[in-house]
Design a protein around this ligand. Structure first.
Ligand code: IYR
Length: 222
C-alpha cells in the first residue's frame, strides 16, 4: 500500500560556523532591501527568469508532498486588462462598502485605493492557486491537507526568488478572487490564493516609510 523509497541525503551542505554566520547575515541584509512596490515599468523580462523562480517556488515544503498549487503566468495584454477590470470591480466594493473603518485606517499609510493600473503595466502577473484536491493517475480524487500553509510557503519562496533575481513584486489580494477562476479558466477545485505582480520598478518609484518590527518584538527565545 504505502510504498516508501528512501535514498541517502546527498544535497545537504554544512558550512563552517563563521561561514554559517556570514551567510545568515548576508542573506538577511539582502532580504532587507526587498520592498513591495506599486508602480511598475513595462520593460520586458525574459520568461526563463520567471520559469526559474517558479521552479524555486515548487521546492516548497508542503502537505504530504501533494504540491497543492498551480501557478498561472499572465503576460498577455488582453488577459491582464481583464484581470485589472475584475480586480477593480471588487476593490471598488471593498473600499466603498466592504472594508470596515478600522481596516481602511490600517491601510491608509500604504496609500492604496481601488485603482490597480499595475495589473496592466507590469510585464508579468503570477496567479497562485491552491488545489483543494488532487486527481491521482488512477483517476481517484483525494483531498489535500494544509493547502493554505503549503501555498503560503510557496508564495514566500517565490517572492524571495523574484527578489534574488533583481526584480520587484507586489503581493496583491483582490477579494473575493473567484473572478480569476473565470478569466483564467481554472477548475473550481483550484482556489485563487494571491496575485504576484512582477517587474522592474518604474523610474521614480516611491515606497511608504514603514519599518519591520525588531527581533525582540517578533521572537522569544526560551
Ligand atoms: N486588497 C485591497 C486592500 C488591501 C488590503 C491589505 I491587508 C493590504 O496590505 C493592502 C491592500 C487592495 O489590494 O487594495
Amino acid at each position: 500500500m504505502n510504498e516508501s523509497n528512501f535514498i541517502p541525503l546527498r544535497s545537504y551542505r554544512e558550512y563552517p560556523l563563521q561561514e554559517m554566520k556570514d551567510r545568515a547575515q548576508a542573506f538577511r541584509e539582502d532580504m532587507q532591501r526587498r520592498r513591495t512596490i506599486r508602480t511598475f515599468s513595462n520593460r520586458p523580462i525574459p520568461r526563463k527568469v520567471i520559469e526559474e523562480c517558479l521552479r524555486t517556488a515548487g521546492t516548497a515544503p508542503n502537505g504530504a508532498n501533494m504540491q497543492p498549487w498551480h501557478f498561472v503566468v499572465v503576460s498577455d495584454q488582453d488577459v491582464k486588462r481583464e484581470i485589472r477590470a475584475g480586480a477593480e470591480q471588487e476593490e471598488r466594493e471593498f473600499y466603498s462598502r466592504r472594508a470596515s473603518e478600522e481596516w481602511l485606517q490600517a491601510l491608509a499609510p500604504l496609500g492604496t485605493d481601488w485603482r490597480k493600473p499595475f495589473l496592466e503595466e507590469a510585464p508579468y502577473l503570477i496567479i497562485l492557486f491552491g488545489l483543494r484536491n488532487t486527481i491521482l493517475s488512477d483517476g481517484k480524487k483525494i483531498k489535500n491537507y494544509y493547502v493554505t500553509e503549503s501555498v503560503g510557503i510557496a508564495a514566500g519562496i517565490l517572492i524571495t526568488a523574484v527578489h534574488n533575481a533583481g526584480l520587484a513584486s507586489l503581493t496583491h489580494t483582490p477579494s473575493p478572487m473567484a473572478f480569476l477562476n473565470k478569466i483564467l479558466m481554472r477548475p473550481s477545485n483550484e482556489r485563487p490564493f494571491l496575485v504576484l505582480v512582477v517587474g522592474y520598478p518604474l523610474e521614480g518609484t516611491t515606497v511608504p516609510d514603514i519599518r519591520k518590527k525588531p527581533l525582540e518584538e517578533i521572537a522569544t527565545f526560551i
